[in-house]
Design a protein around this ligand. Structure first.
Ligand SMILES: Nc1ncnc2c1ncn2[C@@H]1O[C@H](COP(=O)(O)OP(=O)(O)O)[C@@H](O)[C@H]1O
Ligand SMILES: [Mg+2]
Length: 251
């Protein structure tokens, strides 16, 4: 429980002359839910992209389970145990729910199973079904993805990321565009998924973050402004000044 799964040491990212991230240092413990918040342009997406391997940091060191990620290509991250779901919908609208997850399971497995056979197909089908069950989509498995409700589409995206059995799951605004009911369901799902993996999420809904997260990181102008429990973050005057005050508060 208290093992460090991911360590971030003095990480920075520049785009030309623009400093998007600067001097970020944080260790993430196994099994925790951490939320990353901050105003627009604070560097949240950049940080996420660096953690998921989509961007290489300009400076600093990232270690996953003690191994330096510097030379590791992005496609290798998922095989190491780091997977993300995308804010931009990343599913095939004209495939069924089951087919979407099956394609993802097959893509993940193909590296190990060049010679496909019936046994492997059965394995992949079972994996896809089990993954759908874990996000509560079993009953919708034969529905075309485009006919799912918005919240269910977000659950399907998460299922696509889960087929790799990631130890670290990165969620980019999992409740974006959701109403209160769908948000509550997503919170329940995230809590369930956190029982056996580590979760990092970018979110805007303060009330949800404060109830769900073990820890909150606040980014501001590319720097780590605060790092603490939801209680500590709520009480932090600087955070209130730069973020909570100008945002939609605790809505
Ligand atoms: N690929 C990029 N090229 C140039 N500038 C970028 C790129 N991605 C992000 N930025 C800049 O980096 C800063 C942080 O952006 P971002 O990480 O998207 O913030 P957030 O997700 O917190 O809104 C912004 O000033 C943004 O314009
Ligand atoms: Mg962003």
């Amino acid at each position: 429980m208290t093992q460090t799964i991911l360590s971030v040491d003095d990480v920075g990212k520049q785009f030309g002359g623009l400093v998007a991230l600067k001097g970020i240092t944080a260790d993430f413990k196994e099994g925790q839910i951490t939320a990353i918040i901050g105003p627009n342009g604070a560097g949240k997406s950049t940080f996420f992209n660096v953690l998921s391997g989509a961007l290489k940091p300009s400076t600093g060191v990232l270690k996953f389970r003690g191994a330096n990620l510097a030379g590791v290509p992005q496609h290798e991250y998922v095989h190491r145990g780091i997977a993300r779901s995308y804010q931009i919908t990343n599913i095939f609208p004209n495939l069924t729910v089951f087919e979407n997850v099956r394609v993802a399971a097959q893509a993940f497995r193909s590296r190990f199973d060049i010679w496909t056979n019936r046994g492997v197909h059965k394995d992949i089908d079972e994996k896809a079904l089990a993954t759908l069950a874990s996000v509560g989509l079993s009953e919708r498995r034969n529905t075309l993805a485009k006919f799912l409700a918005h919240g269910q589409q977000r659950s399907l995206e998460i299922a696509v990321a889960l087929v790799a059995d990631p130890a670290l799951l990165l969620l980019d605004e999992p409740t974006a565009g959701m109403g209160p009911e769908e948000t509550r369901e997503m919170v329940t799902l995230i809590e369930k998924l956190a029982a056996d993996r580590t979760i990092l999420l970018v979110e805007h809904k303060m009330k949800m973050i404060l109830g769900l997260s073990d820890r909150v990181l606040v980014l501001h102008h590319g720097q780590l402004l605060a790092d603490g429990t939801p209680k500590e973050i709520q009480a932090n005057p600087e955070v209130r000044r730069v973020y909570l005050g100008q945002n939609d508060g605790y809505a």
